[in-house]
Structure formats: structure tokens, C-alpha cells
Ligand binder design. Structure first.
Ligand code: G3D
Ligand code: MG
Length: 187
């Protein structure tokens, strides 16, 4: 059973689709992670390229994924924020080796958390401190400090160190999301 099948197993009882948003700066590893997670029968529903901005969408039996880069010019912001209200879980991916852009990732996270469609919802957020295999990578504890995750009080969150190329850490993350989704995602 693929990781995604397992995650979607939580819907066995409820039979409704869960929308997962996979976000983070470009080059953090989102596409690599999603490709590892999605079952082989997942269909690439939609890749919507506009100039400089791409939204990837995947769908399996009861789970749909919307993936996009939170970077580039602010003019794309409206495009991606449009998806927030339908998201029932968030996977936020960080390149742990990119210390220079960690502050940009934090800014994007803060903007996300303050968005009206996210701010007042107990939407679970799974953080992947990705690229742990790289020599320059900081630990997941350090990533968590740099992003001030402890200040997130009103949403369940969890951080996992991951190496998306080898697939390490992804299972732990999905297990957490599956566990928390039972109690926090309203279907
Ligand atoms: P994005 O979808 O967030 O933009 P990608 O990111 O999934 O396209 O990944 C960006 C680059 O980082 C890719 O390399 C990918 O192979 C690499 N990458 C993703 N996850 C990891 C990881 O855990 N460890 C390491 N070392 N590299 C990772 P290329 O060379 O294809 O640009
Ligand atoms: Mg990508």
C-alpha cells in the first residue's frame, strides 16, 4: 500500500475527498515528495502553467493534492491563495540546507498563517525539514526554531526531518497527518 493510500485510508469511513495543500518555496522538494507519496494510479489531474507559476494537482481515490511554489512575484499570490479555503491539511516543505532563504520561508509561513482562510481554522500542518542528507542542512529542531513553530498555538503541527530522494521521513509525516486528521479535519 502506498503512503497516500494509507493516508486516504482515514477516509474509508467518511468517503469524502480530502484536499491537501503542499506548499513551500521553489526548490524545497515538494514535487519530489509528492511523487514519492502518490500512488501509481494517481492521475496528474491538472498542471496549470501560467507564466512563471505552476500549480500541480493530483488525485487518488479520496485524496487530492494541490502543489505550488510560494515564491516568485507577489502578483501570483492571489492565484495560490485561492486554494486555501478548500485545503483541509497542509504539508509545508523547507529546504533545510538553504539557510539564506529560511527567512523567506518564514515570511511565507507567517503570511499563510495570517490569511483569513487559514487563520481561524484548526487545519493540521505537517512540516518537512527536507534535504537532511545534505552536509549544510540544519536539524529539524533548528528549522523549527528558525520558523518559530512553537508560536503556532491554534493548529496541530508536526515537523519531520526528511530526505525526499531516498523517501526517508515521509512515512512518519504521513502517519502523523493521518492520526491528526481523524480528529481535526472536518469532512
Ligand atoms: P520543488 O517542487 O519544491 O520546487 P523539487 O522542488 O522537488 O523539484 O526539488 C528541487 C531539487 O531538490 C531537485 O534537484 C530534487 O532532486 C532535489 N531534492 C529534493 N528533495 C531532496 C532531498 O531530500 N535531498 C537532496 N539532496 N535533494 C533533494 P534537481 O537537481 O533536479 O533540481
Ligand atoms: Mg515543483
Amino acid at each position: 500500500m502506498g503512503l497516500l493510500d494509507k493516508l486516504s485510508g482515514l477516509l474509508g469511513l467518511k468517503k469524502k475527498e480530502v484536499h491537501v495543500l503542499c506548499l513551500g518555496l521553489d526548490n524545497s522538494g515538494k514535487t519530489t515528495i509528492i511523487n514519492k507519496l502518490k500512488p501509481s494510479n494517481a492521475q496528474c489531474q491538472d498542471i496549470v502553467p501560467t507564466i512563471g507559476f505552476t500549480i500541480e494537482k493530483f488525485k487518488s481515490s479520496s485524496l487530492s493534492f494541490t502543489v505550488f511554489d510560494m515564491s516568485g512575484q507577489g502578483r501570483y499570490r492571489n492565484l495560490w491563495e485561492h486554494y486555501y479555503k478548500d485545503g483541509q491539511a497542509i504539508i509545508f516543505v523547507i529546504d533545510s540546507s538553504d539557510k539564506l532563504r529560511m527567512v523567506v520561508a518564514k515570511e511565507e509561513l507567517d503570511t499563510l498563517l495570517n490569511h483569513p482562510d487559514i487563520k481561524h481554522r484548526r487545519i493540521p500542518i505537517l512540516f518537512f525539514a527536507n534535504k537532511m542528507d545534505l552536509r549544510d542542512a540544519v536539524t529539524s529542531v533548528k528549522v523549527s526554531q528558525l520558523l518559530c513553530l512553537e508560536s503556532i498555538k491554534d493548529k496541530p503541527w508536526h515537523i519531520c526531518a526528511s530526505d525526499a530522494i531516498k523517501g526517508e521521513g515521509l512515512q512518519e509525516g504521513v502517519d502523523w497527518l493521518q492520526g491528526t486528521s481523524h480528529t481535526t479535519v472536518h469532512l
